[in-house]
Design a protein around this ligand. Structure first.
Ligand code: SF4
Ligand code: SF4
Length: 347
């Protein structure tokens, strides 16, 4: 449904400026923003996707990916349509590149989302699949209600938010996985039609406000696979977000407009893992390579295998109830408890 947007400014001549993401679109009467989900009607800004849900399912939290937050738990995952980026490799392009009304959605009030999470015993709600930041008004309403009812909120995002958006979300969001598309502004500009710097700023704000932050770097051959870039990115993570920030290097598979590129060679992911470890990062992972040793968590203090995984499954769990290493007592290595009973499905 259509509701008046939050976080916008009325300008001269009936124009408005949306301040949700760093595009800060200026909209004349009748025009929509870059994300295709916000419209100026008579000098007021409206969101067209409030409560419009394109997908809802229970996913393992490891699929977000979050490896250090309530391991093994199911998370109620919801999405809408639209995105603030135009990545030509997007896996979910059919929803992310749709404008409001171009892909079927179902209206669900915030209360319904919270009830589903409770009914299916998911301790958290994840805002995911398309870009959740542009779902600003609905996300804040669902997240506030969820928090009030004892549930947690998880943001799976490209991180493209203004500082004020990052601060507002940080009041409700418990954990975030942010995609870093490249360490080069020109890659963000050329492919995503966006910028890197605000993403890094948003990560810092969320971290400072106590949000559990993990990062994902999809390695795309010839686009962002320079190991020197990856090294300086990892140094930035260690210095600005901390060396215990989990970082996932994901394998790329040809998708959408990038079908001419090969999948990422596993050796390249292994090189990136080594570069990240040398830069001081303690928790680095391979993604989309089921069965790879890079899926496991080792204790940074004694080196014991503390979580053995296969894909999104936990095979062995050697941490105490409060997340400490069972071998040497170091920790906490994860935030939250290990939840073994879980059910995953589309609703
Ligand atoms: S949320 Fe959409 S309308 Fe608002 S600034 Fe970002 S792209 Fe523009
Ligand atoms: S930011 Fe994510 S959802 Fe948006 S286009 Fe890029 S990959 Fe797709």
């Amino acid at each position: 449904v259509e509701v008046e947007a939050r976080n916008y400014l009325k300008l001269d001549e009936g124009k408005v400026r949306c301040n949700v993401c760093p595009h800060r679109c200026v909209l004349t009467d009748g025009s929509t923003g870059f994300c295709g989900t916000r419209i100026n009607r008579g000098g007021k800004l409206y969101t067209l996707i409030y409560g419009e849900v394109s997908a809802i399912s229970i996913d393992p939290i490891e699929k977000k990916p979050l490896f250090h937050f309530w391991p093994g738990s199911g998370t109620l995952s919801i999405s809408s349509v639209g995105c603030s980026f135009k990545c030509p490799w997007c896996q979910n392009w059919y929803i992310s590149q749709a404008r409001a009304g171009e892909y079927p959605t179902t209206y669900m009030p915030p209360r319904a989302i919270v009830s589903y999470a409770k009914r299916y015993e998911a301790p958290s709600i994840s805002y995911t699949y398309n870009e959740p930041i542009i779902w600003y008004e609905y996300l804040l309403d669902v997240a506030a209600l969820a928090k009030k009812e004892g549930l947690m909120n998880v943001l799976v995002s490209n991180g493209y938010m203004t500082p004020e958006t990052a601060e507002e979300f940080s009041k409700y969001v418990d954990a975030a996985n942010v995609d870093i598309k490249s360490w080069r502004e020109e890659v963000y500009k050329k492919y995503c039609k966006a910028e890197l710097e605000p993403v890094l700023e948003a990560c810092k704000i969320m971290k400072e406000k106590g949000v559990h932050v993990e990062l994902t770097y999809l390695i795309i051959p010839s686009i962002n696979d320079d190991l020197n870039d990856i090294e300086s990115f990892c140094r930035w993570v260690a210095e600005e977000l901390g060396e215990y920030t989990p970082l996932h290097f994901s394998k790329f598979y040809p998708h959408y407009k990038m079908t001419q590129l090969p999948p990422t060679p596993v050796e390249l992911i292994e090189k990136a893992l080594n570069v990240a470890r040398s830069a001081g990062l303690k928790y680095v992972y391979s993604g989309n390579v089921p069965g790879h040793d890079g899926e496991n968590t080792r204790c940074p203090s004694c080196g014991a295998l503390v979580i053995k995984r296969f894909g999104f499954e936990i095979l062995e769990y050697n941490l105490t109830e409060d997340g400490m290493c069972k071998s040497c007592g170091y920790g906490p290595i994860v935030r939250g408890k290990h939840i073994k009973s879980r059910r995953y499905f589309f609703l």
